[in-house]
Design a protein around this ligand. Structure first.
Ligand code: ATR
Length: 288
């Protein structure tokens, strides 16, 4: 699976999803392409699930150098790959595809994006992750592998999913302790945590908030909500009022996009400081 086109062709990349109109990736990659003055294009590619398997090799034959992959194709994309990074293998899904020596490679960069925005933590800290879906899986794996946490609590509405995620992670990262609990128990688990992460849709525009009392949280705790609509969720407002460090999902969104850009276009995507403003304006969240 390699492009027959020569290096004189303008490289094309894009994001495959269904639906795709909401994706911010074309805006972000387009900004970097323009900022760097590259001759390249990044386009949205609406692709129904029934066409995905044929679409990827067909597009690669027309000059595409790679893709981002979003809902609902992330697992199907992993199955198409000849080579997966170890984290993509652990996730069973990919969001970034590229070709090397005729072989299709896949990576899962959400965890990298999450970590790119997180300040370095002192080793041996405890964290709590709310949620046990696809985003939580990528984040827990990245935290366990690379952030030096010694213990991670996973709290979820469906406790069984939190337990399954703990068991899976314990296989991959045996030196970290994992504990599952129901969402209602998260409040009582906060006091000794220096990292509190929301990966659920609670707090997203149109959804009920994630209500946590943070008055007794560790004063050094970081509260990281991966939501970016709104830019400041009720949870982050509560954290700010308690004097805690907060982070939203925009930096993660930018961070997960950069590895693909470097693979496809051979140059690092610069963090110019304009990216968050650009995305915030596009989302219409400037006043949130
Ligand atoms: P993503 O890929 O964004 O992680 P997902 O895999 O669908 O999406 O996971 C969504 C997460 O949000 C899950 O942890 C889900 O809890 P359940 O596993 O119990 O379904 C959580 N979630 C979604 N809506 C919720 C709600 N109203 N209350 C509590 N948790 C919710």
């Amino acid at each position: 699976m390699t492009s027959p086109l020569t290096s004189q062709a303008v490289p094309l990349a894009g994001v495959l999803g269904w639906p795709i109109s909401h994706s911010l990736s074309p805006l972000l990659h387009g900004h970097w392409i323009e900022h760097l003055g590259l001759k390249a294009h990044y386009v949205p590619l609406g692709c129904p699930p029934s066409a995905f398997q044929e679409a990827v090799p067909a597009l690669l034959k027309t000059g595409f150098v790679g893709f981002n992959v979003t809902v609902p194709h992330k697992e199907a994309a992993a199955n198409l790959c000849d080579v997966l990074t170890s984290r993509a293998e652990a996730m069973g899904s990919v969001n970034t595809l590229w070709c090397e020596e005729g072989r299709l490679h896949g990576d899962s960069t959400d965890g990298l994006g999450f970590l790119s925005a997180l300040p370095a933590l002192a080793p041996g800290q405890n964290g709590v992750v709310i949620g046990a879906g696809g985003s939580a899986k990528a984040i827990v794996y990245a935290l366990a592998q690379e952030a030096g946490l010694s213990h991670i609590t996973i709290a979820n509405r469906s406790t069984g999913k939190a337990e399954a995620l703990c068991n899976a992670m314990a296989q991959h990262v045996p030196h970290v302790g994992f504990e599952a609990m129901p969402l209602e128990a998260a409040q009582n688990a906060l006091h000794d945590k220096t990292l509190i992460v929301n990966t659920t849709s609670l707090g997203m525009t149109g959804q009920p908030p994630l209500v946590l009392d943070l008055q007794d949280a560790d004063p050094n705790a970081i509260v990281y909500d991966i939501i970016y609509t709104p830019a400041q969720t009720p949870l982050l407002k509560t954290a700010q009022a308690a004097g805690l460090t907060t982070m939203n999902g925009l930096a993660m969104l930018i961070g997960q996009a950069r590895p693909g850009f470097a693979r496809w276009f051979g140059v690092d995507a610069p963090v110019t400081g304009q990216e968050e403003d650009l995305l915030t304006t596009a989302l219409g969240t400037a006043s949130d």
